[in-house]
Ligand binder design. Structure first.
Ligand SMILES: C[S@@+](CC[C@H](N)C(=O)[O-])C[C@H]1O[C@@H](n2cnc3c(N)ncnc32)[C@H](O)[C@@H]1O
Length: 202
């Protein structure tokens, strides 16, 4: 096979695998965590902080923390409040908690489970966020509904998405699903290549 044919075959394989991931939402395996440990362009920590408008003392939920790219910073911003992290994979929670211990951070509480059924009482949180997670969940609307349930009335939900992620959720799709889940759109920040959208629980 010549170089051009090889290139075309590789491109087709990458395209087919991206399509497969889109059609079969599933969690990014712990073994592939190098993707989420790289810098996150457009969906930066500084932009998340601005959109979430956190205040010290708040109780905040992060769904799908991965290896804690945002968690350690958010925990610092809300101290003496509490950050609850919730993930399908125990290895992701253990990894984040190990990093938190090493950094001397004590206000993060982990729980394992599926975002479609959050293990928290109604109206528990002042704010919640999830970044490059929603598209990995097979029933996005169920997850958004349960997020709305655990937010206090007026509580904020921020969803972050990065273009190029095989599980990317477009702003339009997100808006439709969030509205149906009882969340009102408030603001979007970012670029067409990566954005944060803020919603408020009705
Ligand atoms: C692509 S990683 C993003 C990690 C982190 N938010 C970041 O941006 O660095 C997706 C994370 O969501 C978690 N996840 C996927 N589906 C989930 C579900 N149904 N319930 C809870 N967590 C889930 C994965 O285990 C993984 O930790």
């Amino acid at each position: 096979m010549n170089a051009k044919a090889l290139g075309l075959a590789a491109g087709a394989a990458v395209g087919a695998s991206a399509l497969w991931w889109r059609k079969n939402p599933s969690a990014c395996p712990y073994g592939q965590r190098f993707w989420i440990e790289a810098p996150h362009p457009f969906v930066t920590r500084a932009r998340l902080r601005e959109v979430l408008a956190l205040a010290p003392g708040e109780r905040v939920l992060e769904v799908g923390p991965g290896t804690g790219y945002y968690s350690l910073h958010v925990a610092g911003w809300i101290a003496p409040g509490q950050l609850d992290i919730f993930d399908l994979q125990q290895e992701m929670l253990d990894h984040t908690m190990r990093r938190a211990r090493e950094a001397g951070i004590e206000n993060i509480v982990p729980s394992r489970g599926d975002a479609r059924e959050l293990a928290y009482a109604d109206r528990t949180f002042d704010a919640a966020y999830l970044v490059t997670v929603l598209g990995e969940i097979p029933d996005q609307e169920a997850a958004l509904r349960d997020l709305a349930r655990v937010l206090r009335p007026g509580g904020r939900l921020v969803v972050g998405e990065l273009f190029g992620d095989p599980h990317w959720v477009s702003p339009g799709r997100l808006l439709e699903r969030a509205e149906r889940a009882g969340l009102a759109f408030a603001e979007r920040s970012g670029t067409p290549l990566g954005y944060f959208a803020r919603f408020v629980r009705r």
